[in-house]
Design a binder for this molecule. Structure first.
Ligand SMILES: *Cc1c(COP(=O)(O)O)cnc(C)c1O
Length: 418
C-alpha cells in the first residue's frame, strides 16, 4: 500500500480545487472543522443580511403588502423552480414547503390514491427499509394505520431483499436514496424500473442527496420525491423541505391535507375545496416566510458550481478520509460502514467504534464536529462547498490523537440531540 497523503499534499490539492472560492460564501467559526453539513448545513454569509431585510424591511416596513410586493406568496414555487435543476426536475414541479415528514405523508397518500383508483386497487403494502430514517417509517405506519382497510408497512432488512419485497401486493416502494446512517446510495433508476415492472409506484426521499449527489429524477422515471433544505442545501435550521410531483402525475395528485394554499382560488374564500392545478396543490397552509427566504441564500451558492464538480470533490474528500482513517488510525477498533464503491456512496462516511458516542464528544470538544447515530456509529459529513482536503487531514489527526491517548470519557452523558 502506498503511503497516505501528507498534510502538504492535501494543501496542494486544495490549491487546485475548483470549488475553493466557495468557502468564502459561508461563515464558519474559527477553529472548527465542520463535518456535520449532512445534518445542518453551515450558514451562507448572505443569510444574515437577507434575514435582516425580510424582518426589518419586508415585514417591519411593508407589513402585509409584502405577500404581494416582496413575492412572499409565490416563494414556495419560485424556490422550487430554482431547486429543480439540482434534482433533475423541471420548472413547475417542485415546491419548497412544510417538513420532509409532512411532504412524505402527502406523496405517500397521493401514490396510494393513484393505485386505489387504478389497476393497483388491490395493493395494500408500502415497502421500505428497516434501516430507513425513522420518521419515514413512522409516517408510512401512521398513514397505513389511519387508512385501515388492510394497509400495512413491510420492512426489509437488506438492500438485496428489496426487489423480492416489491410484489403484487406492493402499492408503493418508499426509499431514502442515501441512507442517513450508512451513507449507502441506492441505484435510483434500477429500483424504480423494477418497481414499475411490478406495478408499484416509487417515492424517493432525497434528504441526504439533494445538493450532495447528482440527481436525475426524470431520467430515473421516479414518481414522487421529497427532501430537506437544511442539510446539504444550507437553508438554515428548520428550513422548509421540498416535494417533487412530476407533471405527468400532477392532475391526479390528491392528498388529504387540503389546506387553503392548495386551493385554486384561496382568496375566493369558497366554502369547499377545489385544488389548484400544478405543483401548488402540494401546499397546505401559510408558509414560514423568514425561514423560506433563507433557503434562497443556500441555493444561490449552487449557481456558481454544478453537481458534477460537487460530486467529484465529495468523492475525493470521502476517499481521502477513509484512506487516512484506515492508515493512520489502524489498530483501533474502527469499522467502515459506508460503501467503498463510488456509485453506492453518498457524501458522508460512517465508522463504528465501541465507544463511538464518547469519541465523538471528544472530537467535538476539540473542534471537529461530526455526529453520532445508534448503534456505535460516528458520522462525518463532507460538504464540498466549504470543506477542504486539509480539513480532512486535520480532522483525522485529531481523531488519531484522541484514540491513541484514549482521551474520551466513556461515561459521557447524552444530550437530547446527538
Ligand atoms: C433528515 C431526514 C428527515 C427529516 O425530516 P423532517 O420532517 O424534516 O424533520 C426525514 N427523512 C430522512 C431520510 C432524513 O434524513
Amino acid at each position: 500500500m502506498s503511503a497516505p497523503p501528507t498534510r502538504e499534499a492535501c494543501l496542494a490539492r486544495d490549491a487546485h480545487d475548483p470549488l475553493r472560492a466557495l468557502r468564502e460564501r459561508f461563515d464558519l467559526p474559527e477553529g472548527v472543522i465542520y463535518l456535520d453539513g449532512n445534518s445542518l448545513g453551515a450558514r451562507p454569509r448572505a443569510a444574515l443580511a437577507r434575514a435582516q431585510e425580510v424582518v426589518a424591511r419586508e415585514w417591519g416596513q411593508d407589513l402585509i403588502k409584502s405577500w404581494n410586493s416582496a413575492g412572499w406568496f409565490d416563494m414556495p414555487k419560485r424556490l422550487g423552480d430554482r431547486l429543480a435543476p439540482l434534482l433533475g426536475a423541471r420548472a413547475g414541479e417542485v415546491a419548497v414547503t412544510d417538513t420532509t415528514s409532512l411532504n412524505l405523508f402527502k406523496a405517500l397518500a397521493a401514490a396510494i390514491h393513484l393505485q386505489a383508483h387504478g389497476p393497483g386497487a388491490a395493493r395494500r403494502v408500502i415497502v421500505t427499509e428497516r434501516s430507513n430514517f425513522p420518521t419515514d417509517i413512522y409516517m408510512a405506519e401512521g398513514l397505513a394505520g389511519w387508512l385501515e382497510r388492510g394497509y400495512s408497512v413491510r420492512l426489509v432488512d437488506s438492500v438485496e431483499e428489496i426487489p423480492a419485497a416489491v410484489d403484487g401486493d406492493c402499492a408503493v416502494l418508499m426509499l431514502t436514496h442515501v441512507n442517513y446512517r450508512s451513507g449507502h446510495q441506492h441505484d435510483m433508476a434500477a429500483l424504480t424500473r423494477h418497481a414499475h415492472a411490478q406495478g408499484a409506484l416509487v417515492v424517493w426521499d432525497l434528504a441526504h442527496s439533494a445538493g450532495a449527489v447528482p440527481l436525475d429524477l426524470h431520467a430515473a422515471e421516479a414518481d414522487f420525491a421529497v427532501g430537506c433544505t437544511y442539510k446539504y442545501l444550507n437553508g438554515g435550521p428548520g428550513a422548509p423541505a421540498f416535494i417533487w410531483v412530476p407533471e405527468r402525475h400532477q392532475a391526479r395528485f390528491s392528498h388529504p391535507l387540503s389546506g387553503w394554499w392548495g386551493h385554486a382560488a384561496p382568496f375566493a374564500m369558497a366554502p369547499s375545496f377545489s385544488p389548484c392545478g400544478g405543483i401548488g396543490r402540494a401546499l397546505c397552509g401559510t408558509q414560514p416566510v423568514v425561514s423560506l427566504a433563507l433557503v434562497e441564500c443556500g441555493l444561490d451558492v449552487f449557481d456558481d458550481t454544478d453537481m458534477e464538480a460537487v460530486r467529484a470533490k465529495s468523492l475525493a474528500l470521502t476517499d481521502l478520509f477513509i484512506e487516512l482513517v484506515e492508515s493512520r488510525c489502524a489498530g483501533h477498533p474502527l469499522t467502515l460502514v459506508t460503501p467503498r464503491a463510488h456509485a453506492r456512496r453518498g457524501s458522508h462516511v460512517s465508522f463504528t467504534h465501541p465507544h463511538g458516542y464518547a469519541v465523538m464528544q471528544a472530537l467535538i470538544g476539540r473542534g471537529v464536529i461530526g455526529d453520532y447515530r445508534e448503534p456505535e456509529i460516528m458520522r462525518f459529513g463532507f460538504t464540498p462547498l466549504y470543506t477542504s482536503h486539509a480539513d480532512v487531514w486535520d480532522a483525522v489527526a485529531i481523531l488519531k490523537d484522541i484514540l491513541d491517548s484514549k482521551a474520551y470519557d466513556v461515561k459521557a452523558a447524552r444530550s437530547a440531540v446527538t
